[in-house]
Design a binder for this molecule. Structure first.
Ligand code: URA
Length: 254
């Protein structure tokens, strides 16, 4: 794929599924494509292993060596590359090569969707506190949370590291809450539910920004499509521009 003189940009973009060759040429001609931060020229050749391409400010995953996996993490697995206590790790559930790392973490007992990748820049953007991509959880809790508990979870709960940002919360069954947050504090959902008197019995992450998949069994993984990686990049870019406009994720108040 990568030749010494590089490959024409519109061809790379078309191959990645951005659109037809003609559409990609139009994007370039309209000044919507940047290569290494500078407006791209029609016919420009790029090296897909080293050049950084963006469309409308959203990075395009052009590097062929990058892999992105979506894993349905089972309970009883640690979200690290290696565990000093010898417990099973999430990286043991995906291929050994190329070496990938989990993006963020789920607790030992938490189940559900986790991204693993060797794309360091995406990892940085997804885990940086200034970007707050939505994460959706299904929390099976003790008792039946009433209106007051739901309201508190929605408005913000006082935790020992500050009040939580407003969350979207719905009781989908009397003892199962769908909770959408965009912060990434340690054991946040468990601590929120505990704080309103309904400790979590089981916690499953069902969505990360645009990524969801109800067909993956616990322990199963699949590669993200380029379109999904792009949607994820778009979600990250949207939260960062929201926070620049002051409409984005609020930081924990201390
Ligand atoms: N919130 C938690 O409490 N635990 C997780 O694993 C993720 C979010």
């Amino acid at each position: 794929m990568s030749s010494p003189e590089g490959e024409r940009l519109q061809k790379v973009l078309a191959r990645l599924g951005v659109g037809s060759r003609r559409h990609c040429e139009d994007l370039i001609a309209d000044g919507r494509v940047l290569v290494n931060g500078a407006p791209a020229r029609l016919g420009q050749r790029i090296h897909d292993t080293t050049d950084r391409v963006e469309i409308d400010g959203v990075p395009v995953p052009v590097r062929p060596d990058l892999v992105h996996y979506l894993l349905n993490k089972p309970a009883g697995v640690v979200t690290t590359a290696a565990d000093p206590q010898g417990r099973p790790t999430v990286v043991q559930l995906v291929p050994d090569e190329p070496r990938v790392f989990p993006v963020g973490r789920l607790d030992f007992e938490t189940e559900g969707l986790l991204v693993l990748t060797n794309d360091g820049e995406l990892t940085h953007r997804l885990t940086h506190p200034s970007f707050g991509v939505e994460k959706e959880y299904l929390a099976h809790v003790e008792g039946r949370p009433g209106r007051g508990a739901l309201r508190a979870l929605r408005q913000g709960v006082e935790l020992d590291d500050g009040v939580t940002a407003p969350a979207t919360v719905a009781a989908i069954e009397p003892d199962v809450l769908r909770i959408v947050i965009h912060e990434g504090r340690n054991r946040q959902v468990r601590r929120m539910c505990e704080a309103v008197g309904h400790p979590v019995r089981r916690l499953v992450r069902s969505r990360i920004g645009p990524l969801h998949d109800r067909t993956l069994a616990p322990g199963e993984w699949r590669r993200l499509s380029l379109d999904e990686v792009r949607q994820l990049e778009e979600a990250i870019a949207a939260t960062s521009s929201n926070s620049r406009n002051g409409a984005g994720p609020s930081r924990p108040q201390r």
